[in-house]
Design a protein around this ligand. Structure first.
Ligand SMILES: Cc1cc2nc3c(=O)[nH]c(=O)nc-3n(C[C@H](O)[C@H](O)[C@H](O)COP(=O)(O)O)c2cc1C
Ligand SMILES: [Fe+2]
Ligand SMILES: [Fe+2]
Length: 396
């Protein structure tokens, strides 16, 4: 079953569903897979908008062949984004369809030459350039750093389709439904937020610029390179990305801890209990069990965060160290932070967490709880106090 799926009479989804890759970018878990969306426009000139990861070429080509009218080849391949999840198939596509001219901006073509070697026909575009296909008319909008420097979006005027690249995309294959009206949107929002927090979040400012630029185009169908195609409520996906890129948070908290022997865990759980008792929706992650991908997703929309770590070889527990680095790398800002540290002899964890808060300019909510070995009743009461203070700060 290789069916190309029509978006309109002349525009087809010719992407693939990837259930093979365990970790996207060799980092982020894909329990529900991911799709690489590509689109074929059939007109006087035929255009493939984006391609797929190399491993999935066979299925991709079958769908292209199905959608192409007899005797026609591909005239243009628009490369909105060079990352190999969308261009891995390029070399072979060029061999199969020798008439292909690759359309991209100056940076696109530089990067393509770097990955796949120079050669082949190209067509260089600048911001605002137009390509007439007959009935369809493509306009190219440069949107750098969403998610790479060469990234652009392509708008088709007659159908109102915005081919948006990674922007507005999410995890999850589209064999469960391609269009927004065919999907369980609650499930899909969670997987789209996880994709956003993992992949795009660092570039939130550039997402804001991109939304300002393409938000006024009159988008009727939003067609990203991953996840749902939005034909009923494209505004919903734009609103999600708008809120997430403004780092809008909810009155909610995440408690993330590392713990080898349960001492730090006990303190973290005490803080969480106090938050819950105070009516704050709280998610708890043991970092030895929850992958950072999910922790980042939950932190992205929560106003408060509690980080609890034992001291491990003078510093943070390794999984906490990883999380803190990721939080800094993703440029997450303006959260309320509760700090809980434990140690056996000279300590270090609490100090490392407060240093992180200072670097990130996050507000630390008192008390910082630092405990030697196992927490006693007084220590646990301070944990509860931290939870209550955080709840009050979240509400303020
Ligand atoms: C492998 C290991 C390394 C540790 N390194 C340090 C250290 O460098 N400095 C320190 O003060 N405590 C150190 N500790 C002590 C722990 O921080 C302390 O036992 C703490 O209560 C452990 O919390 P947990 O039960 O939540 O794992 C270490 C403990 C272990 C097991
Ligand atoms: Fe990308
Ligand atoms: Fe991508």
């Amino acid at each position: 079953m290789h069916s190309a799926i029509p978006l309109t009479e002349k525009v087809f989804w010719v992407g693939v569903n990837d259930h093979e890759t365990d970790l996207f970018e060799a980092l982020w878990p894909l329990p529900y897979g991911i799709s690489y969306n590509a689109y074929l426009i059939v007109d006087d000139r035929t255009v493939l908008v984006d391609a797929v990861k190399g491993h999935f070429l066979d299925e991709h080509v079958n769908r292209i062949r199905e959608a192409l009218p007899a005797g026609r080849s591909i005239d243009y391949l628009v490369v909105n984004h060079v990352e190999p999840d969308h261009t891995g198939a390029l070399r072979i596509l060029r061999e199969l369809f020798p008439s292909i001219r690759v359309v991209g901006n100056k940076k696109t073509l530089e990067l393509l030459a770097g990955f796949y070697g120079a050669g082949g026909d190209t067509h260089v575009v600048q911001d605002g350039d137009v390509l007439d296909l007959g009935t369809h008319r493509l306009t190219f909008h440069l949107t750098p750093m969403v998610h790479w420097p060469e990234t652009m979006m392509t708008f088709e005027a007659s159908t109102g389709i915005l081919f948006s690249g990674d922007a507005f995309g999410g995890y999850g294959t589209v064999d469960r439904g391609l269009f927004d009206d065919e999907m369980d949107l609650a499930f899909f929002e969670s997987e789209t937020l996880r994709y956003y927090a993992n992949i795009i979040g660092r570039y939130s400012q550039m997402v804001q610029k991109a939304i300002a630029k393409v938000g006024t185009l009159g988008i009727k169908i939003l067609a990203p390179t991953h996840g749902a195609v939005w034909r009923t409520q494209p505004r919903v996906a734009v609103d999600w990305y708008d809120r997430w890129s403004r780092q809008e948070t909810k009155s909610a908290a995440v408690v993330a801890y590392g713990s080898m022997y349960g001492n730090t865990q006990k303190m973290a759980e005490r803080v969480a209990r106090a938050l819950v008792d105070a009516g704050i929706r709280t998610l708890v992650h043991n970092l030895s069990h929850s992958h950072a991908s999910y922790v980042l997703r939950d932190i992205w929309t929560s106003r408060a965060l509690v980080l609890a770590s034992p001291t491990y070889n003078t510093g943070l527990f390794p999984t906490m160290d990883d999380l803190v680095r990721l939080l800094e790398n993703k440029l997450i800002k303006d959260r309320l932070l509760g700090v809980v540290g434990s140690y056996g002899w000279t300590g270090g964890a609490a100090k490392a967490l407060t240093a992180f808060a200072e670097r990130s300019k996050w507000r630390i909510v008192e008390p910082v709880v630092e405990v030697r070995c196992a927490a006693g009743d007084q220590d646990l009461e301070r944990c509860a106090q931290l939870g209550r203070n955080l709840a009050a700060a979240v509400r303020a």
